[in-house]
Design a protein around this ligand. Sequence first.
Ligand SMILES: O=C(O)CCC(=O)C(=O)O
Ligand SMILES: [Fe+2]
Length: 333
Amino acid sequence: MTKTLQELDRESRIGGIGRERTRDVALIDLSDFDARKTEIADALWHAATGLGLFQLSGHGIPLEQIEDAFDLSAAFFDLPEKDKAQMPLRPGTNAGWEFKSQVRPSTGTPDQKESYQITRPRMEGLWPDDSTLPGFRDKMLAFERANWEVAMKVLSCFALKLGFDEAFFTHHHDQSSPEYQSTLRLIHYLPMSNAKPEDFEGWRAGAHTDFDCLTLLHQKTGQGGLQVIPGSEAEGGEWTSVEPITGIITCNIGDMLMRWSDDKLLSNPHRVRMPRQDEYLGPRYSIPFFAQANRDSVLQGPEKRYPPITAADYIQSRLSANFEALKARKSGN
Ligand SMILES: O=C(O)CCC(=O)C(=O)O
Ligand SMILES: [Fe+2]
């Protein structure tokens, strides 16, 4: 896993604030998908082999469903801390609630956020009571499914371009399997209205790449901060801000698909910066869906650039590399 450690080493050197630079973030319309598939696949491929991050309209998830998911997310985080603590994140499972526990190798400090993660086969005992938050479980599962549908459409285009069967990735993200490990994550970045000046020096989410195949991110209009940088330019420190618009899905490639495409599709570093003191200082809510191949899927690209590895082993190797990088950071190496 030397390469991974090198990648993480690079990640630990891109934690600085850097500068702002405008780059083109493609907005791709998925409407009339079946009839326009060739054209859509071309646009997705172009964006995913470039900035590795793009936005989707015409994706078919109704705006009301997205707004409802955000309202339920806010209601969840408004629950008393002792109630949320009854649904703790079990390390390495991507299921349950955590508060300021995610430390990124790029910063060495915890992201200033709380999150609640939904991974279908791992939710035993981790749902809020239906009497506390009526409809929460069913609505979140429906929302997770709606995101899965969009992710599979996008992945079917990449499958075509890579020379795989169109349904290739759908098979590897089969929701009915106990090995399913895709995750819907509700995130609440804490408000900064009463924060101390030194708190503005931290990160809402430190620079990182995602481990999964494809991330679909819902943002809310007015709650900005997401920035991306092409991996090949990371050391230049010129970051591009991504506009938050409720109803538009921001999509990025993850490390798993980069490997699975023999490095053609690019998993690029992104982060969520703190607002400046003269900007909107309220909370930021976001909802990413991480399409992550089932644990028993074997990843190998058409050109066999890397040896085959199961998705479970791949994730494990990334988690331990993160752990090693953080340990090295602490000991000053
Ligand atoms: O909240 C966001 O806008 C980005 C979150 C993110 O990058 C992540 O959770 O991996
Ligand atoms: Fe991310």
